[in-house]
Write a new protein. Structure first.
Length: 126
């Protein structure tokens, strides 16, 4: 009976997140620099990050408007990158799968933003 309840609990938790998807709740620092005058600002942020290993994309909260292609996945790291030469925008970063350390840089035509985050696996609320 206890084994059956334990199995049910495991299946319920597994069903909360689509297969091949890593959902993270992240918090840390966002550092922004305007270009060309280089004014700097820092703030604490919380952001949701979702890595879809099946589709090979990362959603980086609302900091980037579309899924970012995953370039490489190892046992320790997920690396993502996208460049848009037409409008001089790019994003690149990594998610450390063991420690949860997540770094990302986003460059627009008039700013550079660096995210330095600590992420934990998130459970869906409902």
């Amino acid at each position: 009976m206890i084994a059956a309840l334990a199995l049910l609990l495991v299946l319920t938790v597994a069903a909360a997140e689509p297969a091949g998807t890593l959902t993270l709740a992240c918090s840390g620092q966002k550092m922004s620099r305007t270009l060309p005058n280089r004014d700097m600002s820092e703030e604490q942020v919380s952001i949701g990050v979702m890595a879809n290993l099946t589709a090979r994309t990362v959603l980086f909260g609302d900091a980037w408007p579309s899924p970012i292609p995953i370039q490489d996945v190892t046992e320790k790291t997920i690396m993502f990158w996208e460049g848009r030469p037409a409008d001089a925008k790019m994003v690149y970063g990594s998610i450390e799968r063991i420690s949860g350390e997540t770094q990302a840089r986003i460059k627009n035509d008039n700013s550079m933003v660096l995210y330095s985050l600590k992420c934990k696996r998130a459970q869906r609320m409902f």
